[in-house]
Every structure is written in structure tokens, then in C-alpha cells.
Design a protein around this ligand. Structure first.
Ligand code: IPM
Ligand code: MN
Length: 357
């Protein structure tokens, strides 16, 4: 029997609640589809800082490197905002991404049929939304050097550097091409090349790489316009290819097309080695511990893990179908409440999904 070793990082805030149900579901699904899944739980984020004064302990990173895949819930809490930057949970996340060389962040934005009325946008605008944001994840302004504060000036100054070399743009473009070829073959590269040199290099490199594949239809868009177009006519997009910061912002924006950010999964990948699968939403400290969080983004991330990370396509599909069946029966968590459906707690909706497997 095929045996997989996955690391589960439940992190902070609502993380433990949405992880609990994910564990149960992964156990059941593996039994049903005849494979074994060993779940190794490790401390990561604020909770790891509490114990080790390090949000991304070496031991956690090492276990992740040795695994078949990593399932991560979320990290962060405002109580850590006053810590030195490298001790904050978010820095732990960035360290995990760079240590595993996860340069490609894949964020599918697909509206589920039963949720077309849950979006804040009109049904006609969102009903056929099916796009993927391909975000560069370990370079750009998030990691660029130099960075820091200048304190010996009259007034405080701080700065960051948005930098890419062409090889970093080439490899993420290759990933976007691969994904586009499995879909409608359209890539929209998003940049700010009317103002930024780094974006001009981005645009030129994307054009060079994509022109080698005659099947791909490339368009370019400035990021401000892309934000507008995502609200105005999101159906025009197939694959959005963009840099780290722009991808961060546009993927939250795109998430709302699907009704709630509580619906959006993601995969962070390398060309080889384990990927990290995590919901796009954060740790939601305001609702943590109340058992009202939406576990679906986490479960859809687990489904991406089964499919991309473990190659268990059938199991991935059956988890996704279970989620859809529960939604189409009218069950919702509070974030998706449209006033006419039955609102369940995190564990209740989790158990409904479990029952569908
Ligand atoms: C995300 C998050 C992270 C990011 C934060 C928590 C560091 O917002 O995964 O989108 O900015 O990449
Ligand atoms: Mn984000």
C-alpha cells in the first residue's frame, strides 16, 4: 500500500480548528482510497515562537523537507506585531517558503455553483469565474535587499527593494505556461512597467519565454487596471501571472469573487521536492476559538495536496465533491450566510463534509 508522510502545521488563530477537521477527513479519505497517510504535526508560527523564540524552528523546516507534502493552516496574531520582524509569525512563513524554494504559488479562483449568490458582486459578473493566479513567491519586494530603516536622518525613513533577475521570471513563466496549457491557454501577465524598471524586465522576459510556445496567447496588463478588470469582468481571465506583491494583493481581491476568502486554497511549489498547501486566508484572530471559521479553504488545500502533492487524483476529486455536495444542500458557515441557508459551526460543517466521503 502506498504510504505518504505529510507534515501538518496548524499554526495560530483559527488554524487548530480547521486542522482538526482536516485530519479526520484525510484519515477517512486515505482509508477509502487505499493509501496510508502519516500526519506529523509540528509547531510553526506564533505558537512556535512561544515555545522556541523562533516562528520557523529548524526541526519543523527539516521535517517539512523530508515529507511528501506540507499542509499549513495559517499563522499570525496582532500580539506579535511589536516583535522584531524576524521573530514574527509572518517571517516564519517567508522562511518556510524560501527554505523549500517554493517559487510558484498557485491560487485557483473558481466559483462554486451553489455560491453564486454569496458574492458581494452581481451573479452575472461572477457566475463563470474560473481563473488561476500564478504568483512568484520567493523574490521581488518581499525578499529584495537592501531593505531596512534609516535612523540617522531628520525624519525616520524606511525602504525595500523590488528586484527580480530574469531567471526568476523565466521559471515562474514556465509554470504559468504549463498550467495554461491544461486550461484555455491564455496568460495575462500583470506588472507596472509604465513606472518600474523591474516590471519592464518582467514584461520583456515573459514575452520572450511565452513566445516559444505557439499555443499560448499572452496579454499584458498594468496592475491597477488588473484590479479594476477583476471586479468589472473577471471571466476574461484564465491564468494571471504576476510578481510576489501584486499576486498577494490581487489574490485577496479575486477571492471575494467566490463569496468569501474562506473558500480559497493554494499550492506553493518547487520543480521538485515537497509543496506547501495552505488556505489563502489568514489566522482570523477575531474569530479564533469560537468554532465559527470556514474550514473549506483548508479542505480544498488538502484536496490540492492530494492531487498535486501526492498524485492521488481520485481522493482529491472525492474531497472536492464532498464539499460541493454539502454546499449544494444549503449548509454554510457564517462568512457565507446569505440569510436563506442553514449556518453551521466549523466542526458541524466539517462533519457534514466527512459524512459525504
Ligand atoms: C499570503 C499572506 C502572506 C503573504 C503573509 C501572511 C506573509 O498574506 O499568503 O497571501 O503576504 O504572502
Ligand atoms: Mn495575502
Amino acid at each position: 500500500m502506498q504510504k505518504y508522510k505529510i507534515v501538518l502545521l496548524s499554526g495560530d488563530g483559527i488554524g487548530p480548528e480547521i486542522s482538526e477537521i482536516s485530519k479526520k477527513i484525510l484519515k477517512k479519505i486515505s482509508k477509502k482510497h487505499n493509501f496510508e497517510i502519516e500526519i506529523i504535526e509540528k509547531l510553526f508560527g506564533g505558537i512556535a515562537y512561544e515555545k522556541y523564540r523562533n516562528p520557523a524552528p529548524e526541526e519543523t523546516i527539516d521535517q517539512c523537507k523530508k515529507s511528501d507534502a506540507v499542509l499549513l493552516a495559517c499563522v499570525g496574531d496582532p500580539k506579535y506585531d511589536s516583535l522584531e520582524r524576524e521573530l514574527r509569525p509572518e517571517s516564519g512563513l517567508l522562511k518556510l517558503r524560501s527554505s523549500l524554494n517554493l517559487f510558484a504559488n498557485i491560487r485557483p479562483v473558481k466559483i462554486r455553483k451553489s455560491l453564486v449568490d454569496s458574492s458581494t458582486l452581481k451573479k452575472e459578473i461572477v457566475e463563470n469565474v474560473d481563473l488561476i493566479v500564478v504568483r512568484e513567491l520567493i523574490s521581488g519586494i518581499y525578499f529584495g535587499k537592501p531593505r531596512g530603516n534609516i535612523t540617522n536622518t531628520k525624519i525616520p525613513k524606511a525602504f525595500n527593494t523590488m528586484v527580480y533577475d530574469s531567471s526568476e521570471i523565466e521559471r515562474i513563466t514556465e509554470i504559468a505556461i504549463k498550467i495554461a496549457n491544461q486550461r484555455n491557454k491564455r496568460i495575462c501577465s500583470v506588472d507596472k512597467s509604465n513606472v518600474l524598471e523591474v516590471s519592464q524586465l518582467w514584461r520583456d522576459t515573459v514575452l520572450k519565454v511565452t513566445s516559444k510556445d505557439k499555443n499560448i496567447c499572452l496579454s499584458n496588463m498594468y496592475v491597477d487596471n488588473a484590479a479594476m478588470q477583476l471586479i468589472k469582468d473577471p471571466v476574461q481571465f484564465d491564468v494571471i501571472l504576476t510578481s510576489n506583491l501584486f499576486g498577494d494583493i490581487l489574490s485577496d481581491l479575486a477571492a471575494m469573487l467566490t463569496g468569501s476568502i474562506g473558500m480559497l486554497p493554494s499550492a506553493s511549489l518547487n520543480n521538485n521536492g515537497p509543496g506547501v498547501f495552505e488556505p489563502v486566508h489568514g489566522s482570523a484572530p477575531d474569530i479564533a476559538g469560537k468554532n465559527i471559521a470556514n474550514p473549506i479553504a483548508m479542505l480544498l488545500s488538502a484536496s490540492m495536496m492530494l492531487k498535486i502533492g501526492l498524485n492521488e487524483n481520485e481522493a482529491a476529486k472525492s474531497l472536492e465533491n464532498a464539499v460541493d455536495r454539502v454546499l449544494s444542500k444549503g449548509f454554510r458557515t457564517a462568512d457565507l450566510n446569505d440569510g436563506s441557508s442553514e449556518v453551521l459551526s466549523c466542526s458541524e460543517i466539517g462533519n457534514k463534509i466527512l459524512d459525504e466521503i
